[in-house]
Design a protein around this ligand. Structure first.
Ligand SMILES: CCCCC/C=C\C/C=C\C/C=C\C=C\C(=O)SCCNC(=O)CCNC(=O)[C@H](O)C(C)(C)COP(=O)(O)OP(=O)(O)OC[C@H]1O[C@@H](n2cnc3c(N)ncnc32)[C@H](O)[C@@H]1OP(=O)(O)O
Ligand SMILES: NC(=O)C1=CN([C@@H]2O[C@H](COP(=O)(O)OP(=O)(O)OC[C@H]3O[C@@H](n4cnc5c(N)ncnc54)[C@H](OP(=O)(O)O)[C@@H]3O)[C@@H](O)[C@H]2O)C=CC1
Length: 333
C-alpha cells in the first residue's frame, strides 16, 4: 500500500514538474517578459500624480539626483514646482541632468558636488545649499553604492566603501541638515531609499544589506526623536527598477532578469516614474501625518520570495484535482 502511494506521488511530482516547465516556457517564451499576463493588468503610469504646484516655494535636496531613480524623483518634484538641489560626486553628470530637467520644467535645479562619505564635504555642501536656496524642506537620501560579490571575496575596503556611502553618508547628510533645521526652527520631510532586502538580509550584497538595515534603524529612531522639531522620517524599499547604476553592478550579464521578473506577482519591473510619484507623495504635505513609515514598493516580490508554498503557482487545475483527491483520502495521521 505504502509503495503504491509513494509510486503515485512520485509520478504526480514528475507530472507537476514537467508541466511547470511547459508553463514557464509558455509564459516567458524567449523574451523573458510575461507579456500577455499579469503585466497587462498592471501597466505603469508615467505622469505626475499630485496636483501641479504641490511643491511651489519648496526646496528639495536629492542625493544621487543626477542618475537613475534620483534623477526621476528630481524631475517629478521639479515638475510639481520645487526648486531642487542634486548632489553627488560627478559634477558633470549633475550639471547635465540639472540643465535637462530645468529646461523641461522651467524650475531651477542646482548641481552641487558632494561625496557623502566625507562629513566635511557634506558640511560644505550644506553651506552651499544654504547660500543657494536656504535650508531644504524636502531631503531625499538616495545616493548609494553596491555590487554583487561573494562575501569571502570582500576586502575591508570594499566593505568600508559601501557602508560609508550608504549608512555613514545618509547619517552625515541627515545629521548635518537636521541640526541646522532644528537651529532655524524649520521642519522638513526626510526620505531614505533603502531596498526590500534591508529587512530580510541577502547573500552576495552583504555590505549593502547591512548598511541599508542601519539606515532603516536610523530613520525609524529619528522619526521618534525629532518629530518634536517638525521633522518627518520615512523609508521606501524599492524592488527592482531598471537603472544603469544598479543593473550594471547587480546583474552585469542580464542572466538573472528573467528569473527576477518571474517571481514578481505583478509581472514586470517597476519604473523610475512610479517610484518618483510615491517619493513625491511621501515628501509632500499630503503626507504630513506620515512618519516612521516603511513602504515596500516591489510589485509583490518580497512576499513572493517569502511564502513557503508560493511555488504551487505552477500546479494546473487538473493537477489540483488529483492533489485534492489525494489529500481528501488521507484520514488521520
Ligand atoms: C539574483 C540576481 C538579481 C539581479 C538583480 C538585478 C537588479 C537589481 C534588483 C534590485 C536592486 C536592489 C538594491 C539595489 C541597491 C543599490 O544600491 S543599486 C545602486 C548601485 N549604484 C552604484 O553603486 C553607484 C555608485 N557606485 C560606485 O561608484 C562604485 O561601484 C563603488 C561602489 C565601488 C564605489 O566606487 P569607488 O569609491 O571608486 O570605489 P573603488 O572602485 O575604489 O572600490 C573600493 C573597494 O571596493 C572593491 N570593489 C569594487 N568593486 C568590486 C566588485 N565588483 N567586487 C569586489 N570588490 C569590489 C575595490 O577593489 C576596493 O577595494 P580594495 O581597495 O581593492 O580593497
Ligand atoms: N534600481 C533598483 O532596482 C533599486 C535601487 N535601490 C536604491 O535606489 C537608489 C538609487 O539607485 P539607482 O538609481 O538604481 O542607482 P544609481 O547608481 O543611478 O544611483 C546612485 C547614485 O548615488 C550617487 N553616489 C554614489 N556614491 C556617492 C557618494 N560617495 N557621494 C554622493 N553620491 C554618491 C551616484 O552619483 P555619483 O556617481 O555622481 O556620485 C548615483 O547618482 C539607491 O539608494 C539604491 O540603493 C534600491 C532597490 C532597487
Amino acid at each position: 500500500m505504502a509503495a503504491r502511494v509513494v509510486g503515485r506521488a512520485g509520478r504526480l511530482a514528475l507530472v507537476v514538474r514537467s508541466s511547470a516547465v511547459r508553463l514557464q516556457s509558455r509564459l516567458h517564451g524567449s523574451t523573458g517578459l510575461r507579456s500577455g499576463s499579469q503585466a497587462n493588468f498592471f501597466p505603469p503610469l508615467e505622469d505626475a500624480m499630485l496636483p501641479s504646484g504641490s511643491f511651489n516655494n519648496r526646496m528639495a535636496l536629492i542625493t544621487g539626483g543626477g542618475t537613475g531613480l534620483g534623477r526621476a524623483m528630481t524631475a517629478t518634484l521639479s515638475q510639481l514646482g520645487a526648486q531642487c538641489i542634486i548632489a553627488s560626486r560627478k559634477l558633470d553628470v549633475l550639471q547635465r541632468t540639472a540643465e535637462e530637467i530645468s529646461s523641461q520644467t522651467g524650475n531651477k535645479v542646482h548641481a552641487v558636488q558632494c561625496d557623502v562619505r566625507d562629513p566635511q564635504a557634506v558640511s560644505q555642501c550644506v553651506d552651499q545649499i544654504e547660500a543657494l536656496t536656504g535650508l531644504p524642506d524636502v531631503i531625499i537620501n538616495n545616493a548609494a553604492g553596491n555590487f554583487v560579490c561573494p562575501s569571502e571575496r570582500l576586502s575591508p575596503n570594499a566593505w568600508k566603501t559601501i557602508t560609508d556611502i550608504v549608512l555613514n553618508g545618509t547619517a552625515f547628510v541627515t545629521l548635518e541638515l537636521g541640526k541646522r533645521l532644528i537651529q532655524n526652527q524649520k521642519g522638513a520631510s526626510f526620505l531614505a531609499i533603502t531596498t526590500i532586502y534591508a529587512e530580510s538580509g541577502s547573500g552576495f550584497v552583504v555590505p549593502s544589506a547591512s548598511a541599508k538595515a542601519g539606515v532603516e534603524a536610523l530613520y525609524k529612531s529619528l522619526a521618534a526623536e525629532w518629530g518634536r522639531y517638525g521633522h518627518r522620517f520615512n523609508i521606501i524599499q524599492p524592488g527592482p527598477i531598471r537603472t544603469k547604476g544598479a543593473f550594471s553592478r547587480l546583474d552585469p550579464t542580464g542572466a538573472f532578469e528573467k528569473a527576477m521578473i518571474d517571481r514578481i506577482p505583478t509581472g514586470r519591473l517597476g519604473t523610475p516614474a512610479e517610484i518618483a510619484n510615491l517619493a513625491a507623495y511621501v515628501s509632500s504635505n499630503y503626507a504630513s501625518w506620515m512618519s516612521g513609515a516603511v513602504i515596500r514598493f516591489d510589485g509583490g516580490e518580497y512576499v513572493s520570495l517569502a511564502g513557503e508554498f508560493n511555488e504551487l503557482r505552477s500546479v494546473t487545475p487538473d493537477q489540483w484535482k488529483l492533489l485534492e483527491a489525494m489529500i481528501r483520502k488521507t484520514k488521520g495521521s
